[in-house]
Design a protein around this ligand. Structure first.
Ligand code: IP8
Length: 257
């Protein structure tokens, strides 16, 4: 089977968001188990969850260098914590004996947002990258979200035929905040001309939460690529999508469709 799949394991899926630097190992393993069944080239992006957002938020790292604040320790710590989370993911990949290379964005990317600088690394095996603290030409450092990596990989490398954002605890994009949602509140398809009341946990999330995800997903869909938001706690849904089937989740479609 040809083609490439670009998939994000959301930070809220692979970590315990309530407890600092706590991985959800059984979820990571169940997701990697699914990857081991995928017969396409895989680009795997993972988010930060409780390994990145809490400390980054406290030290205001997303704003870059701020006078009067000692942010250097936090830059160092968040980078170390992200390497640790990455190791949990790659250890799991190794347990499944899959070929991979991991490329910390601090080593090759600069700046934040969809126009960050840097050439996207690609491996013959699974390419692994993650949201990270990167250098920034204007503000000295910045937080590059995995959602921006998703956008660039999905739209810049050839032959991507499936893009999947695997999230924690929700089946896709909901019409109301998750705390109020019933099964009927799942958008089966969504385009930018439709509204939703996204809950962005600003007290936790330094990048952009569901709003950023949906914005980048729409930008990818505009290029004619299939993009889905699914519940990563049901990893078999990922496989269904990779195999070209449909599943429970939200398909993001371009506003022009
Ligand atoms: O969770 C954020 O990446 P994201 C990266 O993919 C850090 O938005 C270090 C907070």
């Amino acid at each position: 089977m040809g083609g490439k799949v670009v998939i994000k394991f959301g930070g809220g899926l692979i970590t315990d968001k309530e407890n600092m630097c706590t991985p959800n190992m059984h979820i990571i393993d169940s997701l990697v188990d699914i990857l081991s069944k995928v017969e396409k080239q895989i680009i795997l992006v993972h988010g930060a969850g409780s390994f990145g957002h809490m400390k980054a938020k406290k030290a205001r790292l997303a704003e870059g260098r701020l006078p009067g604040l000692n942010q250097d320790i936090s830059v160092h710590e968040v980078r170390e914590d992200m390497l640790l989370l990455n190791k949990h993911v790659t250890d799991s990949i190794q347990r499944y004996e899959l070929d991979y290379s991991t490329y910390p964005p601090r080593d090759w990317a600069a700046g934040d947002g969809p126009n960050f600088k840097g050439n996207l690394p690609l491996s013959d095996g699974i390419t692994v990258v993650f949201g990270d603290v990167v250098d920034d030409y204007e503000k000295e450092f910045a937080i590059l979200s995995g959602d921006d990596l998703m956008y660039r990989y999905a739209t810049e490398i050839p032959d991507v035929d499936c893009v999947i954002f695997a999230m924690g605890g929700v089946d896709g994009l909901l019409k109301v905040p998750p705390s109020e949602a019933t099964v009927n509140d799942l958008f089966k398809t969504w385009s930018p001309d439709m509204n939703f009341k996204g809950e962005h946990a600003t007290e936790f999330d330094v990048t952009g939460g569901i709003g950023l995800k949906v914005t980048r997903a729409s930008m990818i869909a505009e290029k004619g690529i299939d993009v889905w938001l699914v519940n990563g706690m049901h990893p078999e849904r990922i496989l269904e999508l990779v195999e070209g089937k449909t599943t429970i989740g939200t398909k993001i479609v371009s506003g022009n469709c």
